[in-house]
Write a protein that binds this ligand. Sequence first.
Ligand SMILES: [Zn+2]
Length: 527
Amino acid sequence: MLITTCGAGFRGAIGHLVSIQLHHTRGARFHVSGLHWNHARHILARIHAALEVSGLPRPSGALTLHIGPAHVKPESNELDLPIALCLLAVAGAIDSNKLATLFSMGELALDGRLLADESNPSRANFTCSSTMVEAGLEINRCLVPMGAETWANRFFPSQLPTFHADHLSEAVDFLQNNIPLPRVPEVTDTCTFTDHWPTPQYDSIADSTGNKEALVLAAAGGHHAFILGPPGSGKTLMARSLAELLPNLTITDRAHLKHMHAMRNEVFHADDRIPFREPHAQSTPASITGAWNALGAMPGELALSHRGVFCMDEFPEFARNAIEALRGPLENGYIDLNRAQGSHRFPAKTLTVATANPCPCGHLTSRNNRCRCTPGTVRKYLSRMTGPLMDRFSIHIETQLDRGPAELSDISALSGKEAIRAISWVRAKKEMLTAPSSLGLDWEPGVKHQLHAWSQQRGVSRRGFESIQHVAETACLIEAWQHQKATESLKISENHMVLATRFRIFDQTEWLDRAFNPQWPQYHTTE
Ligand SMILES: [Zn+2]
């Protein structure tokens, strides 16, 4: 006979969703796996006392208890309740089918009362290592003691019916005899729209540059952006305004951020705005991606800008290994720290924006022809901005000191507040879909073929090709918001594709040719 149920185990301040399996056969022994035996002994001693005091049956026979995944090895007492329920199912007091889709947690007192360890401050804002979806569990209701509902909610952002039980026998009555228990009111964990930036800097960006639409696209689709331009052309202003455009943090995001800040002895206030982190160009890879120290895993700047903006000002000044360390996290949205001390995963769903001058002096692309760099130094400088990492930046923006009016799309006509609304809408649409990488929108006939031809001609990598598609999808969704179109009828048109390819200056070989051309000023007259 095999009984399974779900629970949560903690190691330090990290909560893990675990599955509990109890196998029963004839004989007389008790095997435990996935828990340290000393810890398991204490749990079983409490459970046996609680069963006896509460007048509940105690199972006999040979039992094997497994807490999976085995590498987690939780060290907390919240597993008391699910293990006790499994033992009661073996003893015939509970129907084992009712446990398979139940999540329960709570420490047992010897008299059978259920306790939530609220006193532990690190527990109060724990990081949740897994969610129900990641763990592949099917859960349809939760049973928790008073005070543990916020923990349960961290594991299950989509609201599940959650019930309060104060005593083990109440839990048994609820499961076996359908005696109702008080239901925990739903905690809303949705991203609501508010004006979190009363006066957006976004509105102060010069409209004629056509760069505002690039910012809106980047914020809406979560596309990493690269801003290239001479000093004083508003690169930093643009990077900062990206943070204004992002939607509010959810309760889960705040919990993650609060906890990660606490790990670094920094404070993240509940009313803090969207994170905007701007590490210094001399930062080490460890300070960006995180490190292990005597106290445990320490999040880096990238994790601290989770759900916000991670800005690398003067990108070519960063050390090569610091830049390389970003490759995985930028694509995955999380950081895995695997060291001899252990492994830890930090969330890092950031919008990364990098800024750079086009040459060491910064004036290569200025119309005033003030650049005095030699072609060799320019080539060396620009070579730092090529390679696999550049492919992670889907949107390249070129700023100018005095650029003439560009061909603008409808998107640049959005005011700051409208843009924030459009972005929140597009993001919500994207997050509703299970495959975040692609929305599966239809393309108008022939457009994808054109994009293939365009990419082949310029030697665009496969990743670059995919990111152009994603930007085109985002452009299509923003248009749908602007014109109140139904999402079912959406088609990605040639306009969307052209808009997306416009933000790929590094894929346009003319751009590099222009940069390497000693007769640089000619370019301005021909444009
Ligand atoms: Zn120069």
